[in-house]
Ligand binder design. Structure first.
Ligand SMILES: *Cc1c(COP(=O)(O)O)cnc(C)c1O
Length: 473
């Protein structure tokens, strides 16, 4: 079919000619009769417009991004180059023999991730941490269905990320929440009191969302296994332990990793991601299909998985994220352990420096992140954590995660990652101290923040009471 464009006198500049319309592949009533009315702009004008918009954005390339739980580490630019290689631009339905390179990459990535997690088998298919959780819970469900046990409950600590209960519920379980103790860890007595033959699993994050290592994790896994239950490991905080210990040693049966967090892919605003799921041997037969296999001669997609829960995403998952993760692992090599070390060191450095100015709900050594609160500022100066977050935006710093975990009032959750140098950390410390002082001396200034951002203080009360959800305004 030939489509002909020609210049006309309308403001659009170009239009379909009558001859094209005569092709008549669309019913007349769907054909446009008026002009689109696009503005007349040169490429340069358009480029400047989008560059200006992008300059308003904040990103890791522009400044410190200590968003707790999200691991906004530096994403090496070479990853982007590798993920965009023409050789990887292949149709997902290509025959295995014509995609040996891509399959080998995925096979090697599977093995590397099995090595760091200590687990026995893995799927690369899920496309986010939450998607991995759902996949893992579906595997656990199918396991108990297959062995003829009806277990309906999943235990989740009150410090957990909100996706944990949501995923367990979506997989068909009921949620039993248990309290944390005064060290910010799972309360063993609370756990024992809800353990019975209905319990399929516990979902844990270790270190947990307070950045605290669950020191009783072995006792917990023994208790759960004695009860015939399984343990799910939310690996979003894997950046804190990689190379030092692993979920298998702690007694977990199912694990997800957020490749976009620990293994460096630009993420945020919803993607892209990869939430790979690794399991112990007895759960291998339930993995989604395909998994990538090697028969000693060629790499192939193995669809022959006995009790597979099916597919959880099309084809092999978010391939370009897998390329980035593999590149990152190869580049880092043994230094993956050094990344862990520096992530933990940086967090402890910030925590020690800031605890004089902000309250610390759990005064424990932290792992790769920690939680302080704005409770003192709220009580004494009427300035909330949200105001403090906005004040940070004025000072070229992305605010930390706020009001999470839910068990800490006015929570400020800080994760510096291993990528930052001491100068950046010291600048952040000074900024936080400066804001703490402003809260005391000139609270109104903090209450009115942000002062320097493209969008100034918004009217949150009106926005909450009269939400305008129509994107056209
Ligand atoms: C980020 C995160 C998740 C969810 O991962 P997504 O990739 O955003 O879906 C789950 N648990 C914890 C602790 C997290 O930090």
């Amino acid at each position: 079919m030939k489509v002909i464009f020609e210049k006309n006198n309308n403001s659009d500049g170009i239009n379909l000619t009558n001859e094209t319309k005569k092709i008549d592949f669309l019913p007349e009533k769907f054909l446009r009769t008026n002009n689109v009315g696009l503005p007349q702009l040169s490429e340069l004008d358009v480029m400047r417009h989008y560059k200006e918009l992008s300059d308003m954005n904040f990103c890791i390339e522009k400044g410190f991004y200590p968003l707790g739980s999200c691991t906004m580490k530096y994403n090496p630019k070479v990853n982007e180059f590798l993920a965009s290689l023409d050789e990887f631009d292949i149709h997902p339905n290509i025959k295995d023999e014509n995609a040996q390179g891509a399959l080998k990459l995925m096979f090697n990535l599977q093995n590397a991730l099995l090595e760091v997690t200590g687990m026995d088998a893995i799927t690369l298919q899920p496309s986010a941490g939450a998607h991995g959780e759902l996949t893992g819970m579906m595997i656990i469900k199918k396991y108990f269905d297959t062995i003829g046990q009806s277990r309906t409950k999943v235990i989740i600590p009150d410090s957990a990320h909100g996706t944990n209960p949501a995923s367990a519920k979506m997989a068909g379980f009921d949620i039993v929440e248990i309290k944390s103790n005064n060290k910010g860890q799972v309360d063993i007595e609370a756990l024992k009191s809800v353990l019975n033959s209905d319990v399929a699993a516990i979902m844990m994050t270790n270190p947990n969302t307070l950045g605290i290592f669950e020191e009783n994790v072995k006792e917990i896994s023994d208790l759960m296994h004695k009860n015939g239950s399984l343990l799910y490991y939310d690996g979003a905080n894997f950046n804190a332990i990689m190379g030092y210990t692993n979920p298998k040693l702690m007694g977990f049966d199912v694990v997800h990793l957020n490749l976009h967090k620990t293994f460096s892919t630009p993420h945020g605003g919803g993607g892209p991601g990869a939430g790979v799921v690794a399991v112990v041997d007895k759960l291998k037969e339930y993995l989604p299909k395909p998994v990538i296999a090697f028969d000693g001669n060629k790499y192939y997609r193995n669809y022959d998985i006995k009790n597979s829960i099916g597919s959880v995403k099309d084809f092999c998952g978010n391939f370009s994220v897998l390329v980035r993760a593999y590149a990152y692992i190869l580049m880092m090599g043994k230094n993956l352990k050094l990344a862990t070390e520096n992530a933990v060191l940086n967090a402890n450095y910030l925590k020690e420096k800031l605890k004089k100015y902000y309250e610390l709900p759990y005064n424990e050594p932290c792992m790769h992140e920690f939680v302080i609160t704005g409770e003192k500022q709220k009580a004494q100066n009427g300035v909330s954590t949200l105001n403090i977050a906005k004040a940070l935006m004025d000072k070229n710093t992305h605010p930390p995660t706020v009001y999470f975990p839910l068990i800490v009032h006015e929570a400020i959750m800080i994760e510096p990652t291993e990528s930052e140098n001491k100068q950046v950390l010291d600048e952040f410390i000074n900024t936080m101290i400066q804001i703490a002082k402003e809260c005391e001396l000139n609270p109104q200034y903090v209450l009115d923040a942000p002062h320097n951002t493209p969008v100034k203080k918004i009217d949150e009360v009106t926005a909450a009471r009269h939400p305008d959800l129509n994107f056209k305004g």
